[in-house]
Unconditional design. Structure first.
Length: 363
């Protein structure tokens, strides 16, 4: 992940060193000689919330230390229209009591007075995430595994989706994720969110693929689930930390919603296709095919998969909107020339266009 735009790491380190002692004392009692180590960004790529990793050491009942991660409201380059750090922090807190392996949410600062922006601090888990750039099918540590190891990783991913499906959001206090102002049902809310998102970034211009898929998604909404579940949102192995092929952390909850669990499965299937076919590379042996993934998911949850084609198209639409905004960011930061057509001509939108042709949408 690129360093947070415009952030002075040494100044931020000093500010955290002044803020953390009182929080540590609340958790651990006597705290002396607090030291905040060097700040760094994670190795995996990302363009959402600013993320800083660091160690904090202190003396109390002997030497003590914690590995921590700060998730910070972006300083200027907004990928999404809004950043609800309260929701992300609340999700982590809620899931700590479940079998979903999430980092412990330690503290939150909501005013922006400490480091210039609101943030929260969570535990740093030790593990490796499959990379986005270059895609994990092309390079990196995942290519060095055997097929059985990759199959185990994929099973761990589906186990997370099944675990989320089994949770009761109301019992966990996750009702704040509902967006009734956007529609009566979760799928209506999701479509309205992305319609508003597209208007925010495109200001009335016509997107060549999303302008086709959004009306189709509106006209073909599946029957809403009777009991909406927690949907991770950005449900993919790139947002998981693995150690010995087991998942040790599920990360990045800024796209979390309440809705049909098929939304997460559809997203995972589309992102898997993007990380291979979408980038013109072959999938690594051991990763199950789309059909095998669906069959394995059905076996795990002991229920049939319904409406998955719809949710795959929904995933293609959502990711196309996000890449449109990413293209704008890359041009604003001069990673791309100002006349680039990456906004609408990129691997995601092109894959989404092929997806629409395959299912006969717009033809």
């Amino acid at each position: 992940m690129p360093a947070p735009v415009g952030r002075d790491f040494e100044k931020t380190r000093r500010e955290l060193a002044g803020w953390l002692p009182a929080r540590l004392a609340q958790e651990f009692g006597e705290v002396r000689d607090v030291e905040v180590g060097e700040l760094s960004g994670p190795e995996a790529t990302g363009f959402s919330s600013d993320t800083l990793m660091f160690d904090v050491r202190w003396r109390g009942d002997g030497p003590q230390s914690l590995g921590l991660v700060a998730r910070i409201r972006p300083s200027r380059m907004f990928l999404f229209p809004e950043y609800d750090l309260d929701a992300q922090f609340g999700i982590l807190h809620a899931l700590e009591s479940t079998e979903i392996p999430v980092p412990k949410a330690w503290w939150q600062e909501t005013t922006g007075d400490v480091i210039g922006a609101p943030f929260y601090i969570m535990e740093r888990r030790v593990g490796r995430a499959p990379a986005d750039n270059p895609p994990y099918n092309a390079a990196g540590w995942v290519t060095e595994l055997g097929p059985a190891d990759r199959a185990a990783m994929w099973r761990a991913y589906l186990d997370v989706l099944a675990g989320l499906r089994s949770l009761d959001p109301e019992a966990l206090g996750l009702g704040f994720l509902a967006k009734p102002e956007l529609g009566e049902t979760p799928i209506e809310q999701e479509l309205a969110y992305y319609e508003n998102y597209l208007e925010w970034i495109f200001a009335g211009r016509v997107h060549p693929t999303v302008s086709v898929s959004l009306p189709w998604l509106r006209a073909n909404m599946p029957k809403p689930v009777s009991s909406p579940r927690l949907c991770w949102g950005d449900a993919r192995i790139g947002n998981m930390l693995f150690r010995d092929n087991a998942c040790v952390a599920v990360l990045d909850w800024e796209m979390a919603r309440l809705g049909d669990p098929m939304m997460d499965l559809g997203w995972g299937l589309f992102l898997d296709r993007y990380h291979s076919e979408g980038n013109g590379i072959a999938r690594l042996p051991g990763f199950p095919t789309r059909e095998q993934t669906i069959a394995l998911y059905e076996q795990i949850v002991d229920e049939p998969v319904n409406d998955i084609e719809y949710y795959e198209v929904l995933a293609g639409m959502r990711f196309s909107v996000i890449l449109t905004r990413l293209g704008q960011q890359l041009m604003e930061q001069e990673f791309l020339p100002p006349d680039s057509d990456f906004e609408t001509n990129n691997p995601v939108s092109n894959l989404h266009a092929r997806q629409l042709e395959e299912v006969g949408i717009g033809s």
